[in-house]
Write a protein that binds this ligand. Sequence first.
Ligand code: ASP
Ligand code: CP
Length: 257
Amino acid sequence: EDLFQVADLMQPIARRQKVSRVLVGAVLGSLFFEASTRTRVSFGAAFCRLGGSVCDTTGFTFSSMAKGESIYDTSRVMSGYVDALVVRHPEQGSVAEFARATHIPVINAGDGPGEHPSQAILDLYTLQREFSRLGKLVDGTHVAMVGDLKYGRTVHSLFRLLALYRGLKFTLVAPPSLEMPSHLIELVARNGHVVEVTPSLENGLRGADVVYATRIQTERLAGETVEGYTPEFQIRKALVDAVCKPDTVLMHPLPRD
Ligand code: ASP
Ligand code: CP
């Protein structure tokens, strides 16, 4: 929430109504070994708008990882050139491995099916802004999470972040093979929240204050077939009108399928 106050102060800078040069001379290393539009470009744009510069490499082909270089060596070498790293990588736990190899700050921009913490912080910021407009609090709210809850890293991070608040109700709506990992459900339930799991979109969305939809992470399925993910699983206006409230907030980290 302290960060959100800083974010509020920085909005005019993002819109170029004000200028800040707090990062003059600083260099961000941007390493994206998985597809990205928003995260890669927004980290770069933010750094540039604050006067810093960005050195990047995208995909495995154009870094020396294509020659078999380890995460440890890549991280050590990069930290000789740049002041901070932002890393996306297809393996869970890999960004933590980058961080262990260096003393410069390393930001996780997505580690396979693991976590996407910057997305979760941004989602909470968005939600709080919507809620302050609606006069609602995050405490006690009903959040429906929909879609690929097994491989969708944004929901893993958001679920854990929202669990820091009090008395939430979560309905987790996923096809049977793509349910939220049980260790996360147990963690959130231990924090005193109500967690319900259902394959029914209609039941899961009923009465929700927030609907957070996600894409099926097809790039992680490795030959698995997804049963029960039918077109009826789409978030349609008719269904939202029928079972949600007039002020239900609809969210999606994008890209949408
Ligand atoms: N862009 C988000 C991610 O990288 C969500 C998605 O790709 O479905 O996790
Ligand atoms: N939301 C998000 O992470 O988008 P990208 O995958 O395009 O970066």
